[in-house]
Design a protein around this ligand. Sequence first.
Ligand SMILES: NC(=O)c1ccc[n+]([C@@H]2O[C@H](COP(=O)([O-])OP(=O)(O)OC[C@H]3O[C@@H](n4cnc5c(N)ncnc54)[C@H](OP(=O)(O)O)[C@@H]3O)[C@@H](O)[C@H]2O)c1
Length: 267
Amino acid sequence: MDLKGKTAIVTGASRGIGPYIAKTLVENGMSIIAVARSAEGLQSTQAEIENIGGTCVVEPFDLSNINSIETFINEIYQKHGPIHVLVNNAGVEQYQHFDMLSQEDITSILKTNLRAPLELSRSILPKFIEQKSGHIINISSLAGKKGVAYNSIYSASKAGLLMWADGMRQEYKDSPIDISVICPGFISEAGMFYDGHVDPPLLLGSSHPQKVANAVLKALKKGSCELIVNSGPIRPLLALGQISWKLADKIVRWFGVPALSRKRISA
Ligand SMILES: NC(=O)c1ccc[n+]([C@@H]2O[C@H](COP(=O)([O-])OP(=O)(O)OC[C@H]3O[C@@H](n4cnc5c(N)ncnc54)[C@H](OP(=O)(O)O)[C@@H]3O)[C@@H](O)[C@H]2O)c1
């Protein structure tokens, strides 16, 4: 897809990784429709984008209002014209023992991380099909490839997003629609892991948020794909996990992932 003059919706654009994605798309000629709950956060992203000569409109919206998403997308089309790229980036996590989570906690994570990307995509796909072009990019996580203790609902939501994108990529293979998924590991400098103020496990390391933005750009240039953003090669370990979950559990424990997650349980 030639990105110049095209428009992207970026969810979760008020803080963390989202503003990096939005700015990178602007630097490559796109206009942004920035979505999140915080109008203030979105306006700060808008100001950063306007400072580099780009265009960004803010659309504050709570994505957990699943039943209002279709109307929201229709209104965006009416106000701002055709959209070419949807980046499903907004997400939440909650470190806790599973038995301490309420029904509301579980619903809230699943709605934001899984139901909302699906509903946004369901609402926008007929328009992409009519336009004969469109790319949906989903920000999943390595937590969707190997379950994370004390963050299991987040893992379940990210695995769901990953497998949904996996099926969709095959389903729309012979169409002009692209579906990609990006799986970041620990991200430094900004975002939900950085905000937790704990160091990443030494053997896993962390990546700069710009790496996720670069992966979004790579996906847009490449077409439908699955990309991993991690400080070192991780696919061999993930492959090992498919052969022996016992060994993979041991390795993850040896890396210190469950211990790190336990530290992040809120009091
Ligand atoms: N940071 C990491 O290490 C890491 C690693 C792997 C994957 N990821 C994924 O990368 C994505 C971005 O994460 P991040 O680290 O940038 O997280 P973050 O700093 O916590 O930002 C999350 C973004 O999602 C938005 N959001 C949350 N709930 C929302 C809702 N109900 N409606 C609309 N917007 C909502 C937030 O905006 P408001 O609060 O203003 O609504 C914010 O803009 C997420 O999908 C995350 O799972 C992150």
